[in-house]
Design a protein around this ligand. Structure first.
Ligand code: GAL
Length: 408
């Protein structure tokens, strides 16, 4: 690992600055625990100031205009985000030589998201991941959601239904506070939206700090009891968009248990230890090392990794804890994910195919990107032994996830 006292000092200084300079209204403080300076080397000292700019992106199928916001971070990370689903369309990450490359999957127009894949880079709501049969009972009432997915031929409701929050045009308000930039997204999900009870007023704030942290703060207020489980479905490939697979990326998951699934990718309700299985990422492993282990039923159901991992030491005080680390040796790109959520879905792009053509006009590959979605466990409304996802009137759903980008 490249590390020196100067970079550690800069990192510490940047974190201090972050702590003082960014406090979007609805949150309290910066995380109590910051990543140890020796594990994340920040990019070179910023030579340019941060900025946030907006421009026309494209029209959606209803003819509505979608706007793009470019968040230029003072530390070198640049993100293009749109108010259609709050999608991250491009994510430029410097490598260890300071050369930035777009490291996320996506499309140059809305049609790609509408016709090829809705979830690339998107906010997911009202319920991330699957609800078995698109059905749950809450306070004695049965609620049905559209089934829009059927792994193993078994129908379920995926990522909030046919028209989830990924398909909504959000109100967007860009902001700049010194070297910190961001966008506040707001949307209203009406009572009965995709079969879910209650109107929900949601707000998702993206903040890009000078020390290359992308912080997401989710907040949602329902007027009736309803399940809420929000996440972000960004894909990473540290070689660059449409440049091979993620099988050589080293992954660490700070999770000693997982929730096994059935053939429909619905949790069985068990919470099992990962020790001694191909799901043990408590120390770094290349994703490709064990992904095709013969005879592993869980890998067979997922056609690879597509599972919820249970964090060993989840957040207890509303401050994010370290959930995952991702590293690609050649570029040196490194990421830590910190979250207040108890779980993380590791999906290694098993549904990606070469029929999906990306932003450079190049086909994506099977396992050409991976998603690490911080979340409550899938199908929680039907699983009494999982942490509850029900939010009641008078309560506010709050969740924070941070992506700490750097190089090693
Ligand atoms: C993931 C899910 C996968 C797949 C993907 C979207 O969150 O775990 O099974 O549905 O979203 O393509």
């Amino acid at each position: 690992m490249k590390s020196n006292v100067y970079s550690a000092f800069l990192c510490g200084l940047a974190l201090l600055t972050f702590g003082c300079a960014t406090a979007p209204e609805q949150t309290t403080e910066a995380p109590a625990e910051a990543p140890a300076p020796e594990t994340v080397q920040e990019q070179a000292a910023p030579s340019s100031k941060a900025s946030v700019t907006s421009k026309y992106f494209a029209k959606n199928k209803l003819g509505q205009t979608v706007t793009q916001y470019t968040l230029k971070g003072a530390g070198g990370v640049v993100m293009d985000v749109i108010n259609y689903g709050g999608k991250v369309v491009r994510l430029y990450l410097p490598d260890k030589n300071g050369e930035a490359k777009d490291c996320t999957l996506g499309f140059n127009d809305v049609a790609g998201y509408e016709n090829v894949d809705h979830y690339f880079g998107s906010i997911i709501g009202r319920y991330g991941n699957r609800i078995a049969e698109g059905l749950f009972v809450l306070d004695g009432v049965t609620y049905r959601q559209p089934t829009n997915n059927e792994p193993g031929g078994i129908p379920c409701c995926l990522h909030g239904g046919l028209e989830g929050w990924d398909a909504k045009i959000w109100d967007a308000e860009p902001f700049q506070n010194g070297d910190t930039v961001g966008v506040v997204f707001k949307v209203t999900s009406p009572d009965g939206d995709q079969g879910f009870p209650g109107k929900v007023e949601a707000q998702v704030t993206y903040t890009l700090t000078p020390d290359n942290v992308w912080r997401i703060e989710y907040q949602a207020v329902p007027d009736k009891a309803t399940p809420i489980n929000l996440t972000q479905h960004i894909y990473f490939n540290f070689h660059g968009e449409a440049e091979g697979t993620i099988l050589d990326h080293d992954l660490t998951l700070f999770a000693d248990k997982m929730t096994p699934v059935d053939a429909g990718l619905i949790p069985t309700g068990e919470i099992t230890p990962v020790a001694g299985t191909p799901f043990d990422f408590t120390t770094p492993h290349k994703i490709g090392e064990r992904v095709d282990t013969k005879g592993d039923k869980q890998l067979e159901y997922g056609n690879g990794y597509d599972h919820n991992f249970v964090l060993t030491n989840p957040s207890k005080d509303g401050q994010p804890v370290k959930a995952a680390a991702l590293y690609e040796e050649k570029s040196g790109r490194y990421l830590e994910i910190w979250t207040t959520e108890p779980g993380i879905q590791f999906y290694c792009g098993n549904f990606l195919t070469s029929e999906m053509i990306g932003k450079q006009g190049k086909p994506y590959q099977f396992r050409g990107g991976l998603a690490l979605e911080t979340q409550h466990y899938p199908d929680s409304p039907n699983q009494p032994n999982f942490p509850s996802t029900i939010v009641r009137p008078g309560e506010t759903y709050k969740s924070v996830t941070e992506y700490h980008f750097g190089v090693k």
